[in-house]
Unconditional design. Structure first.
Length: 357
């Protein structure tokens, strides 16, 4: 059984793909984005996976890869095309190579055109292909920089990708209209640039006259990606909170566990966002907690001290998660949600105040 997740970075419209073998829990990540590494790590840990490889479809011009940072965080190996010119990788793959994860593998298919080192990856049962910027959904990547070549792209699509079964699903590196997946058969029929009876000369002429603007981040992204995402200052990293042993969830929230909060409650501001009747109700409240119902939180946020960490609390952790997001937008730099809320607090038999006699 294959574990599969399609993830998205809104800033660059990049898709990142997580694939894992359900038996061994070994995983690979295709085209990770630097700014999304916390999200990817949280998902991998929540699913109980072991990241074996990060794999690049090409040297990107619109975002910086998260490959180096994931290797630093999780010990994964970096795999890039031997034709890419990138340094710092652990594996340099070429056409026909297999990238294994557990009992599954991806086969490398060289598909140059967008860049000289562009590669696609075909799942072992040929049910899916990850085509990078070569074949997009009803489109294709540009060919006007980084050794781009429209004729090479045409051949990559028609001679390589279009040789896959029509039912093979196509997952691109980007989409700018909200589409998520297509198929080889669909693109043969409906791709306005490469489908139907369009010839190589027609396609090359079309691509040479697109007149596209220079990519915004190319001058930063390409040099960084030629280093597999390693910052010029190798000591750099995404800043991690140091005021508590927090966990970053796939939902994008920092959480603190009840046991730590019970031992350190005097060091933080505990903001209970339930209603007054709940605050003094059957679950009680944590010593030192301040009652600020969620509906009043934005108006009363100024009364809180931004210099001290804040822990938000509610019954189950749902309302307090919303409160944490709200306070973050209000400029509170150190904030976490109490994992599991008062339900988990009471389940662990931690002390409370305010319960009815």
């Amino acid at each position: 059984m294959l574990i599969f997740r399609q993830l998205f970075d809104g800033q660059s419209s990049t898709y990142t793909y997580l694939l894992a073998d359900a038996r061994t829990r070994e995983a690979v990540l295709i085209d990770p984005v630097f700014e999304q590494v916390r999200r990817e790590v949280a998902l991998i840990e929540e699913l109980g996976l072991r990241l074996r490889l990060t794999i690049e479809t090409h040297v990107h011009a619109d975002h910086i890869t998260g490959a180096w940072l994931l290797r630093r965080r999780l010990g994964s190996r970096i795999a890039v095309s031997a034709r890419s010119g990138a340094g710092g990788a652990d594996i340099l793959f070429d056409d026909g190579d297999r990238l294994a994860f557990g009992d599954r593998h991806l086969e490398v298919m060289a598909t140059p055109g967008h860049t000289a080192g562009c590669s696609s990856f075909v799942l072992d049962d040929r049910s899916a292909a990850f085509t990078g910027d070569c074949l997009l959904i009803r489109g294709c990547g540009r060919t006007d920089f980084q050794q781009g070549d429209p004729r090479a792209m045409y051949r990559s699509v028609h001679e390589r990708l279009f040789s896959l079964p029509d039912e093979c699903l196509v997952y691109p590196a980007h989409d700018y209209r909200g589409s998520t997946v297509t198929s080889v058969g669909e693109e043969k029929l409906f791709n306005p640039r490469l489908g139907g009876d369009i010839g190589e000369a027609d396609f090359a002429g079309y691509m040479r006259n697109l007149g596209l603007a220079h990519p915004n981040r190319i001058d930063v992204a390409v040099p960084a990606n030629l280093r597999c995402g390693e910052p010029e200052d190798a000591a750099a990293d995404l800043a991690e909170p140091d005021w508590a042993p927090l966990t970053y969830t796939y939902a994008g929230l920092w959480e603190v566990q009840p046991q730590w909060l019970e031992e350190h409650h005097a060091e933080v501001q505990i903001v209970d966002v339930r209603e007054a009747a709940e605050f003094d109700g059957i679950l009680g409240h944590i010593e030192g907690a301040v009652l600020v119902p969620l509906g009043e939180l934005k108006a009363r946020a100024a009364a809180l001290d931004k210099a001290r960490p804040v822990v938000t609390v509610c019954r189950s952790g749902a309302r307090s998660a919303q409160a944490a997001v709200l306070l973050e937008k209000e400029g509170f730099p150190r904030i976490a949600n109490l994992a599991g809320g008062m339900l988990r607090w009471r389940a662990q038999r931690l002390p409370v105040e305010g319960t009815p006699g």
